[in-house]
Design a protein around this ligand. Sequence first.
Ligand SMILES: *Cc1c(COP(=O)(O)O)cnc(C)c1O
Length: 362
Amino acid sequence: MSTHDLPEDLSPATRVVALGRPPRDPGAPVNPSIELTSTYAADGAVGYARAGNPTWLAFEEALGSLEGGDALVFSSGMAAVTAALSLAPHGTPIVASKTAYNGTVARLLDAKADGSHEVRWVDLTDTDAVIAALPGAALVWLESPSNPLLEVADLPALAAAARAHGVISVCDNTFATPLGQRPLEFGVGVVVHSVTKYLSGHSDLILGATVTAATDAGRALRDRLAHQRLLGGAIAGPVETWLALRGLRTLAIRLERASANAAELASRLDGHSAVARLRYPGFGAMVSIEVAGDADAAERVTGAVRLWSHSTSLGGVESQIERRRRHELEPETTPDNLLRLSVGIEDVDDLWRDLDRALGQA
Ligand SMILES: *Cc1c(COP(=O)(O)O)cnc(C)c1O
């Protein structure tokens, strides 16, 4: 890739466009190619495509630059979560929040049940309680803002405390994206992403990633994660990776519009007669509401929308709505009547009219 000849100090909105492109040789393509091969002629840098693929490198260069570290792409967000959790040696304690992404919580419950790890459950918004749980732990799992409660943790304080106790900190940065916050700058050890969501942004693929600092300690973590990817085998397809890079090109402009829409909808939802509680962290494009009424009332809303997509997942250009407790894996910390709204880039008045009418059915 060609970062070396780009000007320094480019803003993130420029970097998503400029990075991960081939060298500018005369006649060269402006986009990376989709490298469809399982193996390579002997004696090159990579011998077999489970160990590396040039299309991965293009995406990893762009994401790594945004987060300020070295990225590795995985086959899904959960593959990246699993690789990051594998950094805690068997038998060691892990500190985590019960209000993290439901797949992560389920994975930790499995690890506890089969005796692989002791799990110390904490409230991530209670900084002192998290710090008190750190001594002797191998890893602390941070997710902020959290899915779907949109709780915000004090990442700088928690990252510093984890470092002081020799605990590896991992931050799932899926909701904020590197345009919202860069956890490596706070001293977090590993950033995890579901690339499926905002980074790719079009609800058309499943991918994940880890990012680690470009320091000796960060590179040591990167090597362990790369080893886990090589032997765990949860590798990204080149086609999905290429599509993710194409989606990433518009991240800044998509987030700008979606975040503005979310702020506007949050202000209109505040005090709405059908909304018992509004959850909006003040940035980003995710909003959760607790409907005035029970789970059935919330289901009537998802059944009544016509423009919003009633579907799981988030971070796409299209607005989505879902009652999270419909999923068996969703922790009981998520209220039964909570609707998670992933606000897209449509016209905000069109979104409001559809949502307001659907809320009238609650
Ligand atoms: C979706 C999601 C994941 C899991 O990612 P997949 O790409 O679905 O495997 C992990 N963390 C968060 C916060 C998510 O929203």
